[in-house]
Design a protein around this ligand. Sequence first.
Ligand SMILES: CC(C)(COP(=O)(O)OP(=O)(O)OC[C@H]1O[C@@H](n2cnc3c(N)ncnc32)[C@H](O)[C@@H]1OP(=O)(O)O)[C@@H](O)C(=O)NCCC(=O)NCCS
Length: 200
Amino acid sequence: MYYLEQATEKHLDEIVDIYMNDLNVAILTYFGRGFIYKMCLDLIERKCATVACLDSGKVIGFIFSVSDNTHLYKYLNFDSLFSLFKKVIFSYSALKTFILSFFLIFLGRDKVKSNIGRALELAHFAVLGEYKGKGIGTDLLNDFEYKAMIEGFNCVFTSSHNKSLVDFYVRTRSAKFLYQTNVGGYTSYGVIWELKNKLY
Ligand SMILES: CC(C)(COP(=O)(O)OP(=O)(O)OC[C@H]1O[C@@H](n2cnc3c(N)ncnc32)[C@H](O)[C@@H]1OP(=O)(O)O)[C@@H](O)C(=O)NCCC(=O)NCCS
C-alpha cells in the first residue's frame, strides 16, 4: 500500500536518488546531483511537489508543478557547470542533445507558455524502478490535476521524451501536441490538455 502527500525536506534525498536514476534522460541531470538537489529543495519549499510513499515512508514516486517562469540559472554553481563539462566533453551525442535542448526547448519554453493561457506545467515526474507500471503515476497525475483545478488552472502543459507516456496523455486526456523536437538522442514532445471536471 502507498499514500500521497505533499513533499517536504525529509523526502528530498530519496526524490533526488529517483531523479538521478529514473529521470537520467533529462538534460537537467547533466548538471549533477547538487543542481537537482537545489532545484527540488526550492520547489518543495514552494509546495510544488507531491510524493507517493509506501507505508514504511519510503518514497516511490514524485510529481512537480511549476506555475511561474522559474529561472534554472539560480541553481547553477561551479560544481554543476563542472558536472556538465564532464558529461559533454567525452560524448558528442550528450553535447548535441544538450545544445539542441537548450536552444530549441528551454529558450522556446517561455514563448510556448505565454501563448497557452492559464496552464500549470507538469515539470518533473517519475516513479521508482520496480514500482513503475502499477498505476502509481496515474494516481500522482490525478492528484496533480485535482490540485491544479482547485488552484484555478484550466490546462496542464508538459514536455516529455517518453513517447508511451505522451500517447497515454493523448489517449486518456485528449492531449494535443504543441511541438515535437528531435534533440539528437531523443525526441521531446510538448503537449497540453484541458482540465475537465471529473471524479478523481
Ligand atoms: C512515467 C512514469 C512517471 C509513470 O508512472 P507509472 O507508475 O509507471 O504510471 P502508470 O502505471 O500509472 O502508467 C501510466 C503510463 O506511464 C507509462 N509507463 C508505465 N510504465 C512505464 C515504464 N516502465 N517506463 C516508462 N513509461 C512507463 C505508460 O505510458 C503508462 O500508460 P500505458 O500503460 O497506458 O501505456 C514512470 O513510468 C517513470 O518514472 N518513467 C520513467 C521516467 C519518465 O519517463 N518520466 C516522465 C517523463 S518526464
